[in-house]
Design a protein around this ligand. Structure first.
Ligand code: PEP
Ligand code: MG
Length: 573
């Protein structure tokens, strides 16, 4: 029977297909005994071989593409697959206790988890997630053979949650769309789905209880739609949306070589947020002004050892070379809070990690590590224009300290005979409300500003950006957010300090008129949305929007701000 499920769209695109339900973990498996021990061991070993092969294939496919981002995850998972403790334990449970492979997986997982949970260490806690993912893969491989289902191509995967590595694998297997019960539109998996152009719908709380394997689904990651057993109207609407997406893609592609210019002739600078070589290539091809945000933590987050100066230097140099003379903005390490790492760098036991040792605070407490990162960035500046961006800045003192360390690093490298750019502009992320309010105090210490609305909204509204229960409240459409944005942008414009927004807000074409009205002329976004933002800009008249800014700033609540957006929606064309 037709059923429409409440959902949030996280990555655009419409799909019609059969559901493939992936159950959360083996934890649901109940006790089962088997007769034929050897056959069960073969079954388990075959499944492990299949998973090893999948990992190898994925790793190969990754070369040059998203390699640094997920490659380390895969390496770690491959190591776990060969872990004698895991494998011998499984064999023993089947041999001695005559448990089924499924039940042995569950018991072994629970044993390992019990050991880890006894230890109060963030790094070990993240390893439990890895073990869960590896065990889930083996479990999935056991069942794929049992049900003799070949691949998931052309299907819609329904799951509790999807890890970034799995997102990539699903896309490579030809999955049409993904529906998750949990997840947020800002999660790293969602950002990855957008970059892979894989339709994704998140927060479908009833997904696992209401959708069964084989159910026919219509999914739309643009409008946040999941319909089980669609009727004729749904099918018609899906066809219309598919045609519309295809038409839109074609239209957007025509904008690849067009300027990002408003109707009244003002050029708006569009930077790209790039995280992989693929992003860099796409940003270049779409005519991005440069890279406005490169999150270096992805070099660290997926690695069990800290990347040294040379490793970092090579990554930054390749990024700079990939942009062939366009400016690249490299953000220093922003580990901490929700970005837990595997190196154990971030403190694992903070009572309130979002307000804890993250971003520049962590860098300042690890001077050796910070200096190695600055050296790598400065060395990369010998290959093309580089800007340095400092995350989580709260007070002037932090910028003073970073600039002083940078001066020392530049002097050292010149003395050592390295080629270093004449100037490396240094900018502050404006994502802590205190820094946004105190921004006049940063004049002279910052050559440019980049507003991180993802965190600014979270800290200003006291709403955790990753808390699904508050997802409906987490929005930049709040009068306090708009006033703060306007004050930062106006001050920067007056003092001639370039200012961009690099949070997800800048990727949303619907918000373009609002940001233009507030005085913004630089946007930084994932390349996957650059053409849509360009199209929105080309449909706007800047003079008219600026004249309507006072009305926007008078809007007292979300409904009034939304009404302003509706009144100022650029005409499609
Ligand atoms: C932000 O906070 O808006 C931002 C761009 O940084 P991140 O999402 O990496 O915290
Ligand atoms: Mg941030």
């Amino acid at each position: 029977m037709r059923l429409s499920l409440p959902a949030n769209g996280a990555s655009r695109g419409s799909a019609l297909g059969r559901a493939r339900v992936r159950l959360p973990h083996v934890l649901e498996v109940t006790e089962q005994r088997i007769e034929d021990v050897d056959a069960e061991l073969d079954r388990l070993h075959d499944a492990i071989r299949v998973v090893r092969g999948e990992m190898r294939a994925l790793r190969q496919r990754l070369q040059g593409v998203l390699a640094q981002e997920v490659g380390e995850f895969l390496e770690l998972h491959a190591l776990l697959l060969d872990d004698p403790e895991l494998l011998q334990g499984l064999d023993a449970l089947i041999r001695k206790e005559r448990y089924s492979a499924d039940y042995a997986l569950r018991l072994q997982r629970d044993r390992i988890a019990a050991i880890f949970t006894g230890m109060d260490d963030a790094y070990l806690r993240t390893r439990i997630d890895d073990i869960d993912q590896v065990i889930s893969r083996i479990h999935a491989a056991l069942h794929r053979r049992e049900t003799d289902v070949s691949g998931v191509a052309g299907e819609i995967v329904v799951a509790d949650n999807i890890a970034p590595t799995d997102m990539l694998q699903l896309q490579s297997q030809g999955v049409m769309a993904v529906v998750t019960a949990g997840g947020s539109t800002l999660s790293h998996s969602a950002i990855l789905a957008r970059s892979l152009h894989l339709p994704l719908v998140v927060g479908v709380a009833q997904a696992l209880s209401k959708i069964n394997d084989g159910d026919v689904l219509v999914v739309d990651g643009g409008i946040g739609l999941v319909v089980r057993d669609p009727d004729a109207d749904d099918l018609r609407a899906h066809r219309a949306r598919t045609r519309e997406y295809a038409r839109e893609r074609k239209q957007l592609n025509r904008l690849r070589r067009e300027p990002s210019r408003t109707r009244d002739g003002v050029d708006i600078k569009l930077w790209a947020n790039a995280e992989s070589r693929e992003d860099v290539a796409e940003s270049h091809a779409l005519g991005a002004a440069g890279i406005g945000l490169y999150r270096t933590e992805f070099l660290f987050l997926n690695s069990r050892v800290l990347p040294d100066e040379d490793t970092q230097f090579r990554a930054y140099r390749d990024l700079v070379l990939g942009m062939t003379g366009r400016t690249v903005t490299i953000r220093t390490l922003d580990v901490g809070a929700d970005k837990a790492d595997r190196t154990g760098l971030a403190l694992g036991n903070e009572p309130n990690p979002a307000l804890g040792v993250r971003g520049v605070r962590l860098s300042m407490r690890n001077p050796g590590l910070f200096e190695a990162q600055l050296r790598a960035i400065v060395r990369a500046s010998g290959y093309g224009p580089v800007r340095l961006l400092v995350p989580m800045v709260c007070c002037r003192e932090e910028m003073v300290a970073v600039r002083s360390l940078l001066r020392k690093v530049v002097a050292d490298l010149r003395r050592e005979g390295h080629e270093v750019a004449d100037a490396i502009p240094v900018g502050a992320m404006i994502e802590v409300p205190a820094a946004a309010i105190a921004v006049p105090g940063f004049v002279g210490l910052t050559d440019f500003l980049s507003i991180g609305t993802n965190d600014l909204v979270q800290y200003l509204l006291a709403i955790d950006r990753n808390n699904e229960a508050l997802a409906d409240l987490y929005t930049p459409l709040h009068p306090a957010v708009l006033r703060l944005l306007q004050s930062v942008i106006t001050l920067a414009n007056k003092r001639g300090i370039p200012v961009a927004v690099c949070g997800e807000m800048a990727s949303e074409p619907d918000f373009v008129p609002l940001l233009l009205a507030l005085g913004l002329v630089e946007f930084s976004m994932h390349p996957g949305t650059l053409l849509e933002v360009r199209r929105a800009i080309r449909a706007c008249d800047l003079t008219t929007l600026r004249a309507r800014a006072p009305a926007l700033l008078r809007a007292g609540d979300r409904a009034a701000i939304q009404a302003w957006l509706d009144d100022n929606r650029p005409a499609a064309g």
